[in-house]
Design a protein around this ligand. Structure first.
Ligand SMILES: Nc1ncnc2c1ncn2[C@@H]1O[C@H](COP(=O)(O)OP(=O)(O)OP(=O)(O)O)[C@@H](O)[C@H]1O
Length: 286
């Protein structure tokens, strides 16, 4: 048994571009990382750097040109029908927008029962499971009979998390799952993610543009820039001593709650920019 849950090696994704003789757009340029069981890998980077594309590739939803994505040692591009069905319950996803990711015409019970149909669970067991899932995400069982529109953004994200947990996955791809929430709701939902991981051992690929969010949750962090991973390692190391100039800029620009540390950051950033300007000057870049 491998101690790697997901092993991504040299993955290239090209999006076809409509139009005569248009070259495809290379969104991922040979990306490699791995995720261990029960681990959170944070994927951070600016808008357009390729974070969502990597998450989609893991879910089998992006056009992978080359490279491999091994889930528990098996290439997800070459699975039998049965293996693919099993994989779809083992890897789940939580999206950014809790307003659009839940079917507005279904009750919460119907939404949570839907994934269970692949397991042919009896009606009685399904209802019991729904109540258990609601309990796991801190919602009352009375939520089962209500519609998504009757819940706040944070509550809807809890419902989306409950749905992702329904089939007891080993890995959840979380694509900006707290970005649409206000700060205090964000903190509570992040706490829920942590608590679920401690209890179930699920692993997360946690995509976010927000460094504070990624830092709070991740064991390891990958920093993406223009379709490449430019930094990859333990969260403490990457956040405390970033090596790549892009990561340094990204981290120095991130707000910190303590005003003294914020001022220190500002001074560090000024120094870094001055050093980089000097290096560019010497290299004849400017
Ligand atoms: N279906 C598509 N067809 C063509 N290009 C695409 C497609 N999806 C994404 N792209 C391009 O691929 C690049 C990476 O996009 P992606 O959504 O993965 O970035 P991201 O880092 O997740 O950005 P954001 O934080 O804004 O969501 C972008 O330049 C984007 O325009």
């Amino acid at each position: 048994m491998t101690d790697v849950l997901l092993d991504i090696t040299n993955v290239v994704v090209d999006y076809p571009i409509k139009g005569f003789r248009k070259e495809p757009f290379r969104a991922l340029k040979g990306v490699s990382l791995d995720i261990r069981p029960g681990e959170t890998v944070g994927l951070v980077g600016e808008s357009g750097s390729g974070k969502t594309t990597l998450g989609r590739a893991v879910l089998g939803l992006a056009p992978v040109t080359s490279g491999s994505i091994l889930y528990r040692g098996k290439d997800i591009a070459h699975l039998s029908r049965g293996e693919r069905l099993a994989l779809s319950s083992e890897i789940q996803v939580v999206f950014q927008d809790p307003y659009t990711s839940l079917n507005p015409s279904l009750t919460i019970e119907q939404i949570l029962v839907e994934p269970l149909t692949v397991r042919k669970v009896s009606q009685r067991d399904a209802s019991k499971r729904v109540r258990d899932l609601l309990d796991q995400v801190g919602l009352p069982t009375s939520a089962a009979d209500r519609l998504p529109r009757e819940f706040s953004g944070g509550q809807r994200q809890r419902i989306a998390i409950a749905r992702a947990l329904a089939l007891e996955p080993r890995l959840i791809v979380c694509d900006e799952p707290v970005s649409a929430l206000d700060l205090s709701t964000q903190a509570r939902v992040l706490e829920l993610f942590k608590e679920i991981q401690e209890r179930t051992g699920v692993a997360y690929l946690f995509v976010s543009h927000d460094l504070a969010v990624v830092r709070s949750l991740s064991h390891r962090v990958a920093v993406m820039y223009h379709g490449e991973i430019v930094e990859w390692g333990d969260a403490d190391q990457v956040t405390a001593r970033p090596e790549h100039p892009y990561t340094q800029r990204l981290f120095l620009a991130a707000p910190v709650p303590d005003p003294v540390r914020q001022e220190q950051r500002r001074a560090d950033r000024q120094r870094l920019l001055a050093v980089q300007a000097e290096q560019n000057l010497q290299a004849g870049v400017l």
